[in-house]
Design a binder for this molecule. Structure first.
Ligand code: HEM
Length: 204
């Protein structure tokens, strides 16, 4: 659950920093969901930009930077390297998510990178999709990911339906750049305040 909260906190901070992304999210929410019903997880398949924002938050923030350590139980050879039995492996998701060769501009928050020219989500075999792995990969990948993906989607879209997220009036908004997060484990984005302004014409 903490991980869901961390994603939502970073979402709010990034919306304060990127009003243009928020405007585009709201436009997608208004078109697909409207103002007369609650969002549901099934709406996701018609909302590529919202999905791209979620992927970009997970990539950019890399909230579980070193995943969960694993113990290697027997000698394994991988790509010419010997990993000895008894070694502890820390999968470096943060490095995968910020590799300049893969991403080009990894320190930019740019959800559009996950969309093609027609505004559709890239196919799952695209190199960028293969390299966004917030829930890790393989047999031990996060068992809570379907739950997390659907809850985060419903919360984000419900907020976009109802409020405008804006920076605080009388205090500074900290930067969202992950290079500046606390290096304690797990890595944590800074504390911040923001304001919710009610949107007009909401029926539900
Ligand atoms: C944005 C939300 C979340 C993120 C980014 C996330 C990420 C991860 C990652 C990277 C791992 C390590 C996988 C590995 O060892 O290879 C993991 C493991 C795990 N996650 Fe999540 N998680 C999230 C939400 C959740 C939720 C909501 C639940 C439960 C309802 C959950 C339950 C677990 C459990 C039980 C494991 C350990 C699995 C094992 O060791 O076999 N996670 N998660």
């Amino acid at each position: 659950m903490t991980e869901i909260l961390k994603t939502l906190r970073l979402f709010l901070l990034l919306m304060c920093h990127h009003p243009e992304v928020q405007t585009r999210l709201k436009a997608e929410v208004d078109t697909i969901i409207g103002t007369e019903r609650f969002p549901c997880p099934e709406d996701r398949k018609w909302m590529p930009f919202t999905q791209a924002v979620m992927l970009e938050i997970w990539r950019y923030g890399s909230q579980t930077p070193l995943s969960i350590p694993h113990l290697c139980q027997k000698n394994v050879e991988l790509d010419g390297y010997l990993i000895e039995a008894g070694s502890v492996i820390f999968p470096n998701l943060y490095a995968v998510h910020h590799d300049e060769v893969t991403w080009g501009d990894p320190w930019e928050f740019r959800p559009e990178r996950f969309l093609n020219e027609a505004g559709e989500l890239l196919p799952s075999d695209h190199i960028l999709m293969q390299n966004v792995i917030p829930f890790s990969v393989g047999k031990r990948e996060c068992p809570g990911q379907d739950f997390a993906r659907s809850r985060i989607f419903v919360t984000m879209t419900s907020l976009m339906q109802r409020v405008q997220v804006v920076p605080p009036k009388n205090s500074n908004l900290p930067p969202a750049d992950p290079r500046l997060y606390s290096k304690a484990y797990p890595m944590t984005e800074p504390q911040f305040e923001c304001r919710f302004l009610s949107r007009e014409n909401i029926i539900i």
